[in-house]
Design a binder for this molecule. Structure first.
Ligand SMILES: [Zn+2]
Length: 111
């Protein structure tokens, strides 16, 4: 599969030809450059893990919501401790995922 990148906004397009206009910023076709084959392979190889990172991030944000409800309900100290520790863990993992995704973007493992 060929891929093209908008040089204005970095939007990635898949297809034999670049689009007439960038769907994101409206830049004309001429503003697209073809992504070299080795870079395309790297993007394709990284897609499953990138998608798993975003799924995991959503699940962790759901954990944060559950914990916040539990903390608010404030039944007893044992429960509060579990909700607070779980919330901290989920927030820390969410920060790690964001950092990892930034590394992927910087290394061309995103698109
Ligand atoms: Zn664009």
């Amino acid at each position: 599969m060929q891929m093209w990148r908008c040089t204005v906004c970095k939007f990635v397009w898949e297809g034999e030809e670049p689009p007439e206009k960038c769907p994101r910023c409206g830049a004309p076709k001429e503003k697209f450059e073809e992504i070299p084959e080795d870079r395309v392979k790297l993007i394709e190889r990284s897609r499953l893990t990138n998608s798993l990172h975003t799924d995991l991030h959503s699940l962790l944000s759901r954990i944060v919501e559950v914990c916040e409800k539990g903390i608010e309900d404030n039944l007893d100290p044992g429960c509060i401790k579990i909700f607070k520790e779980s919330k901290e863990f989920a927030e820390e993992m969410m920060r790690k995922i964001k950092a990892e995704i930034e590394v992927h973007i910087a290394k061309g493992k995103w698109g």
